[in-house]
Design a protein around this ligand. Structure first.
Ligand SMILES: Nc1ncnc2c1ncn2[C@@H]1O[C@H](COP(=O)(O)OP(=O)(O)O)[C@@H](O)[C@H]1O
Ligand SMILES: [Mg+2]
Length: 447
């Protein structure tokens, strides 16, 4: 059992306070204390620490930013704005993000939008969930002159386009899936003449399905990186939630956006949500949305050359069979939990930049059957947390060892078994034309 995190944090805070008695001028330590106080929601105390740092070192940028953040959390928006608007932060995305949030929470929407655009211009990686969701829904519902629907391209979708930053080398194992993606969508994009010469029609997408956390999203992103294309990541639930009643139009705009950003991988996550019956969506409008999606896939309203369409779902059985016709998601690929070798690679990738001793990855892989990639991430997080606790107690950071990770494995159960429990039933009893045979093969079940 682990100790109550609240007490632990308090204890750590007290230790740092003790240490500061001996070296009151240790600015990094004081900033660290302030951050811990912020985490504990002790905003006023944190503010005192940051102010003390600034008395000693008036130009300290980090202290100023933390102070601005503390004021924001405290609800003192005008104080945040005063700091974040300082000349020195003119091109600092961290400061501007705080500024945008202060304006947003202060109900100054147009200022918030204007500042947020500046942030994203400086660094597109800075997308922020609160600002995205608030500004977008505000824009659609109350403030249409601020967030004109025609501005969709520049404003509403900016957050979904990424430079992927990873390629197939960052994906452990999955050789078969990689090969299939290569043959089915990468090669046709690179060598269209060859495919045409053999009378092979180009187009259509791939649907990835399997238990959560096993790398579907990761692989889709790596596919984009593999061909140096942009990655457009659309959560279907986002499309549905953000503009209820306006979904068809938005879906069309998503495809138009992809057409303007070729070459790109257009990735639809949680795609089963399109087929699911939703309480907040009338039955018939659900049907319209599916039809809209299918005609976009078919390229009825535009040319899809240069767009690689990938979809992912944990529940393919909820997806309308119309999605599987030729030219649509005509390849359905099972993304299984990583095997021993893949887990070894995944662990190596995840430990790459961590302080560590010689790690026995083969042993770790052997001890983690049924663990998904996400489970392995969690295991390493747990191991790091307990290392941190230790380091705070002793004051001496130690590298991670194989034993630490084995200890963490015991604290985190693999998550894929539950999925197979229900998937098995679909594979046994709703397996039209052998669609889910891969699940049975994986489970060693004979039909
Ligand atoms: N084959 C893999 N290689 C490297 N990392 C992986 C792999 N599979 C999963 N992961 C890790 O696990 C995390 C969760 O995977 P994700 O792609 O989000 O799963 P899914 O989309 O299937 O739910 C990823 O962010 C990645 O860090
Ligand atoms: Mg995913």
């Amino acid at each position: 059992m682990r100790t109550n995190p609240y007490n632990m944090a308090n204890e750590a805070i007290n230790k740092i306070r003790e240490a500061l008695k001996f070296s009151p001028d240790n600015i990094p330590l004081k900033l660290h204390l302030g951050e811990m106080l912020l985490d504990e929601k002790e905003y006023q105390e944190a503010i005192n620490e940051f102010n003390e740092v600034l008395t000693k070192d008036p130009a300290n940028e980090e202290a100023k930013l933390l102070l601005a953040e503390a004021f924001l959390l405290q609800g003192n928006y005008s104080a945040t704005i005063v700091i974040a608007e300082e000349e020195q932060f003119k091109n600092n995305p961290d400061a501007l993000l705080l500024l945008a949030k202060a304006h947003l929470r202060d109900k100054s929407l147009s200022e918030a939008i204007e500042v947020y655009k500046r942030v994203l211009k400086l660094d597109p990686h800075y997308a922020d969930a609160e600002l995205d969701s608030q500004l977008r829904s505000q824009g659609t519902y109350n403030d249409s002159d601020q967030f004109d629907e025609d501005e969709f391209d520049e404003d509403a979708t900016f957050r979904i386009v990424e430079n992927p930053g990873i390629d197939f080398n960052d994906v452990g194992g999955m050789e078969k899936v990689k090969r299939e993606i290569d043959l089915k969508i990468i090669q046709p994009l690179k060598n269209p003449e060859i495919y045409k010469a053999y009378g092979k029609k180009i187009g259509g997408g791939i649907l990835l399905y399997g238990p959560p956390g096993c790398g579907k999203t990761h692989l889709a992103r790596a596919t984009a990186g593999q061909i140096k294309a942009k990655f457009i990541n659309i959560g279907i639930n986002d499309v549905l939630d953000m503009w209820i009643g306006n979904s068809e139009k938005n879906l069309h705009e998503v495809f138009e956006y992809a057409r303007k950003n070729k070459p790109c991988v257009l990735f639809f996550d949680e795609i089963d949500a399109l087929g699911a019956s939703r309480s907040d969506m009338k039955q018939s409008s659900g049907r319209h949305l599916i039809n809209q999606f299918l005609s976009e896939l078919d390229g009825v309203d535009g040319d899809n050359d240069g767009i690689l369409v990938l979809g992912a779902t944990n529940a393919p059985w909820h997806l309308d069979s119309a999605f599987r016709r030729p030219g649509r998601f005509d390849r359905i690929i099972f993304v299984a939990p990583p095997d021993d070798e893949s887990r070894e690679t995944i662990l190596q990738l995840q430990m790459k930049d961590k302080p560590k001793t010689d790690i026995d990855y083969t042993l770790l892989a052997k001890k983690t059957p049924d663990y998904s990639g996400a489970d392995l991430n969690a295991v390493i997080d747990i191991a790091i947390e307990s290392k941190l606790e230790e380091a705070i107690k002793t004051g001496v950071p130690q590298p991670l060892t194989t034993k630490d990770i084995l200890g963490a494995v015991k604290l985190h159960r693999p998550s894929t078994r539950d999925w197979f429990n229900s998937a098995k039933n679909y594979a046994l009893y709703a397996n039209d034309s052998g669609l889910y045979d891969d699940i049975l093969t994986y489970l060693n079940i004979k039909k």
